[in-house]
Design a binder for this molecule. Structure first.
Ligand code: 13P
Ligand code: SF4
Length: 382
């Protein structure tokens, strides 16, 4: 697996080690105090997978698409603390500091902070820019890549978004993937989809594209991603061999077990689940669609939900009128999201109070410029 290099954590004026021994109660109080002092200069964004203790302090929460919109539209804040993972903070930095926004602030940047630099995404780490560039060059030997549209899932490094921006491509999220594929086929004949093979496959299948038209590109294979030239010539989507280790754990036998034990139960999954699970689910959608589906269902509906554990447990707590189960006998949690804890959040905010920006995420200007092209397309396509 290609591990994206993360910068080391900043030392900060107040060291992180001072916060680790404190109780959650004390940390929560200090976080709220710091928030009150920083006022509108601070915006805390939280992804739905964050643990309850952390998400309670977020000003706004959402799925990846909504969080990108919120960062893009932020006006008053001068610091965004992102309770999520690295690619989300990079996206926020690119959107909050795009030239049009910088002009309205006389060039003043919004600092984007990731409370723990080790909060990466293992799926994003499965595609490195040099591997994508190499694949593109090899594809160019067999097909006309000027008619191929690169689409990167937002769960990817900024360099891959920049690649899409440079090559007439686009970024998608789990909430607009079908609209993005439609956008791509209005502009080309084929799609190169990375890094999540499951989201790419599950979405393309709903558009009538068959598995035979979706070869999988293995970046570690010797030649042509492990495919024959003919398979690439016949392709409609070339899928990258990447996946989410959390959603990979949900299996069709779990669906069968729930259906047998709880007749009438509905299966609700995230489209990062493998095809065998996605195909037999009742509903598939982004984290916000999962929330909305439960919110809008009649009381007493039975659900087995296949997505990250913290979100499922929260939905269960917030909707006692529904019967909610977790669609796996084993714990499937996003270990990197979980790295953001109260100690890191308090440390980040109290350093901000003394004008110290710890763990800044600042995408280099050239990468930001080209990523922005692909991200603005994403925000336009719903
Ligand atoms: P959403 O965009 O649906 O919130 O998903 C983000 C993610 O990382 C899912 O694993
Ligand atoms: Fe990445 Fe999977 Fe965690 Fe989402 S749940 S952030 S895809 S590792």
């Amino acid at each position: 697996m290609a591990i994206a290099p993360l910068l080391p954590s900043s030392p900060g004026k107040m060291p992180l080690s001072d916060y680790k021994p404190l109780s959650n109660e004390e940390l929560s109080q200090r976080i709220e105090k710091a928030k009150a002092k920083l006022g509108k200069k601070l915006l805390i964004l939280g992804h739905h997978y964050q643990q309850d203790e952390v998400i309670e302090h977020a000003d706004l929460r959402g799925d990846s698409y909504q969080l990108s919109q919120l960062a893009a539209n932020s006006d008053e804040c001068r610091a965004i603390v992102f309770c999520g993972v690295h690619f989300m903070a990079e996206t926020a930095d690119i959107l909050a500091n795009r030239p049009e926004k910088l002009a309205t602030r006389n060039g003043e940047r919004v600092s984007v902070i990731l409370p723990d630099m080790a909060a990466g995404c293992s799926m994003a780490d499965m595609a490195a820019i040099r591997q994508v560039e190499d694949a593109w060059d090899q594809l160019g030997e067999v097909i006309d890549t000027s008619r191929m549209i690169p689409v990167t899932y937002i769960n990817s490094a900024a360099s891959l978004k920049a690649f899409c921006g440079k090559h007439g491509g686009i970024v998608c999220t789990s909430s607009n993937a079908a609209a993005v594929l439609k956008w791509a086929y209005e502009r080309g004949d084929r799609v190169f989809f990375f890094p999540d093979q499951h989201l790419g496959r599950n979405t393309a299948l709903t558009m009538g594209i068959t598995n035979a038209q979706m070869p999988v590109w293995d970046p570690y294979a010797e030649e042509f991603g492990g495919n024959t030239e003919q398979a690439l010539v016949d392709s409609k989507v070339v899928l990258w061999k990447g996946h989410c280790s959390v959603h990979q754990m949900f299996r069709p036998e779990h669906v069968a077990q729930f259906r047998e034990k709880y007749p009438g139960i509905k299966i609700l999954v995230h489209p990062e689940c493998p095809q065998e699970v996605n195909d037999i689910a009742d509903v598939s959608g982004s984290t916000s669609k999962i929330l909305k589906t439960v919110e809008e269902a009649p009381p007493g509906t039975k659900w087995a939900i296949g997505t990250e554990l913290h979100l499922v447990n929260r939905v269960k707590k917030e909707h006692p009128e529904q019967e909610i189960h977790f669609l796996s006998p084993v714990v499937c949690m996003c270990a990197t999201m979980y790295r953001i804890d109260l100690a890191h959040l308090a440390w980040t905010l109290e350093n901000l109070l003394v004008d110290e920006v710890v763990n800044p995420i600042h995408v280099d200007p050239d990468t930001a410029k080209y990523s922005l092209i692909a991200l603005e397309r994403m925000l336009e396509v719903r």
